[in-house]
Design a protein around this ligand. Structure first.
Ligand code: GCB
Length: 596
């Protein structure tokens, strides 16, 4: 799905701001047609933003079900004859959109954009009422999965098998936009290079192909044309190409113009970078050069905003990533906002792009995370309906991010249960689907500690191994000497058995800023440093290791649990982005590792 833009033939109106807001306590908003008039009550809510940390009423925070958002929208008077769309960048986890009384879209999956063509329902120059019902429920068929518990006193509680807080709201921007009837609907660009010549393959789909003439022009950063072609699919060469590189995100514009009978109908510019990605033996190659990942598993998470996007916070986070010498990140545990992805493309930040398939694991769920036990791949847990949603999540993610040079690897799940029989029939079709959708990028998933080399039943299906390990934290707590031996033994086993490039996608220790000890005492800043040092010594001794992503970039909010004190404290930075001792240690380690 293309991200809308302003162009010679398209226009966008941003609908962010303060919207009317109501909590649907009785689950009656849809049946009572709340969209047909002003929402009940007197609350407002910010868009973008999470609603959970804003109100003094704890019941709003804990509500399981629908939150409603509403505002008036003025359609620009110049949009006569155009198609008019409403686009919601994310409604977590399900959004139902109404234009006046009419339902125009329904979408499941809390971290993906969706849109509706509302042309016949609105009039340029006039107002309409836009209502969005956002449902925060997680069930077994959703990604991520969850379960709703009905308590004896009638309350409903949301269980889920991941630790980060189940924030809800319209977390990213909402747009009204116009596009012409005959328009570019999709574009796919893949790249290669030989010497200093870039090879660019493209294919464009147009809404109405009858007599449509497609022209593409490639412009460099300065706006000079460097290549051109005609037809809805083909290839062009860029002489003297500037490659997209880690740390230097050079982007070209592909200006796609659609004409009919000599009249320009649509102009759409798709950005792209020229680079290659490949796995060769135990190496991960970007532009033919071995790449070593330094960085973090992240979260979209801030005080007050929850998972709401803010440009200021985004820029601060990326400045800190640069400061600490991180060259990459994983979008743990869901696709991030398109603004973040655009930033990575522009600035050469390497991305492991992850679906929202976190918590497909009833084995851990009964253990450290709390919640109900039972087998993972059972009817009512992770079953065919979950797999169908998961496939859709992969289709949407690849569809949204396929043209991004920053994305070098797909992560189709985080820590699923893969030590049991049901895992292979569940994952094999998902790996095939991902490869079919995008043959140009390697595919991986993130392996949990309970499915080590001898026990994991799916790792051979993937190109790259991604491991989350907590020796010295969840096991062998406070005993770094034993932890070091265990970690090394396990990594060597992966190396011998699989000989695949391996990234440590999570390792970290909860750390309370300001707490110190001369001993190896968990929760202190000193322990965080000693813990990270230990992992780094081991990584440097095991050949297959091609990257280290610390868990986590910053402290983040979680659901309540005895293992969490006001959230997860494994951040290198606090939740308000102040460095802990581990941050300075990482800055030095990564400077050395990257030869900076
Ligand atoms: C994990 C999960 C991550 C948790 C982390 C932790 O393995 O992937 O979502 O936050 O452990 O700190 O427990």
């Amino acid at each position: 799905m293309l991200r809308p833009q302003n162009s010679a033939t398209r226009e966008m109106v941003n609908l962010d701001g303060t919207w009317r807001f109501a909590v649907d306590w009785g689950h009656e908003g849809l049946s009572d047609n709340w969209q047909s008039g002003p929402l009940p009550g007197r609350l407002d809510a910010p868009v973008p933003g999470s609603v959970n940390d804003l109100y003094h009423d704890e019941k709003i925070r804990d509500h399981v079900g629908y939150y409603w958002f509403q505002r008036e929208v003025q359609v620009p008077r110049g949009w006569n004859g155009e198609r008019i769309f409403v686009r919601v960048e994310s409604a977590t986890h399900e959004g139902t959109v109404f234009v006046n009384d009419t339902k125009v879209a329904e979408h499941t999956g809390g971290y993906m954009p969706f849109e509706a063509d509302i042309t016949g329902l609105v009039t340029p120059g006039e107002n309409f009422r836009l209502s969005i019902a956002v449902n925060n429920e997680l069930v077994n068929s959703s990604i991520p999965p969850g379960e709703i518990i009905e308590l004896e006193d009638g309350r409903r509680q949301q269980e889920y098998k991941h630790d980060f807080y189940n924030y809800s709201g319209l977390h990213r921007s909402v747009w009204l936009y116009s596009a012409p009837e005959v328009r570019v609907e999709d574009a796919t660009i893949t790249t290669d290079f030989a010497g200093d010549t870039g090879h660019v393959n493209y294919s464009v789909s147009v809404t109405d192909t009858a007599d449509a003439d497609v022209q593409v022009r490639v412009l460099d950063k300065a706006g000079s044309q460097v290549a051109e072609a005609s037809g809805d699919a083909g290839s062009v060469e860029i002489p003297g190409v500037t490659l997209w590189q880690p740390g230097a995100g050079y982007l070209y514009d592909m200006v796609i113009e659609v004409s009919q009978g000599g009249d320009l109908k649509d102009s759409f510019t798709q950005k792209f970078g020229v680079r290659t990605v490949a796995v060769e033996g135990k190496q991960f190659l970007i532009n033919g050069e071995p790449f070593y990942f330094t960085g973090f598993g992240m979260h979209e998470d801030h005080e007050t905003l929850g998972k709401g996007h803010s440009d200021a916070h985004m820029i601060q986070d990326f400045q800190l990533l640069e400061w600490i010498n991180a060259n990459s990140l994983r979008t743990s545990h869901y696709p991030y906002s398109e603004d973040i992805m655009d930033y990575c493309d522009r600035h050469g930040v390497v991305v492991i792009d992850e679906t929202a398939a976190v918590g497909l694991n009833w084995a851990i769920a009964g253990g450290i995370m709390g919640g109900t036990a039972g087998g993972t791949y059972e009817k009512g847990h992770v079953d065919d309906s979950t797999q169908a949603t998961h496939k859709e999540a992969i289709r949407e993610l690849v569809g949204r991010d396929k043209n991004r040079p920053s994305v070098v690897l797909w992560s189709i799940a985080n820590e699923p249960d893969t030590a049991v029989d049901g895992a292979r029939p569940y994952f094999e079709p998902l790996v095939e689907l991902t490869r079919e959708l995008d043959p140009s990028r390697p595919v991986g998933f993130v392996n949990v500690m309970f499915a080590p080399a001898g026990a994991c039943t799916v790792s051979d299906l993937f190109d790259v191994l991604m491991l989350n390990r907590y020796y010295g934290w969840y096991v062998q707590t406070g005993d770094l000497r034993t932890a070091e031996a265990s970690l090394e033994k396990e990594l060597r086993q992966w190396d011998e058995q699989y000989a695949k490039p391996t990234i440590m996608t999570e390792y970290g220790a909860d750390t309370v800023a300001g707490m110190h000890s001369i001993y190896d005492q968990p929760f202190t800043e000193d322990y965080q440093v000693a813990f990270l040092d230990m992992y780094h010594r081991v990584f440097d001794r095991v050949e297959c290791m091609i990257g280290e992503h610390v868990w986590n970039f910053a402290d983040f909010q979680t659901k309540y649990g005895y293992a969490r004190v006001d959230g997860n404290k494994k951040g290198a930075f606090t939740r308000d982005r102040r460095p802990k001792a581990g941050a300075r240690a990482l800055k030095q380690r990564w400077a050395e590792k990257l030869g900076r």
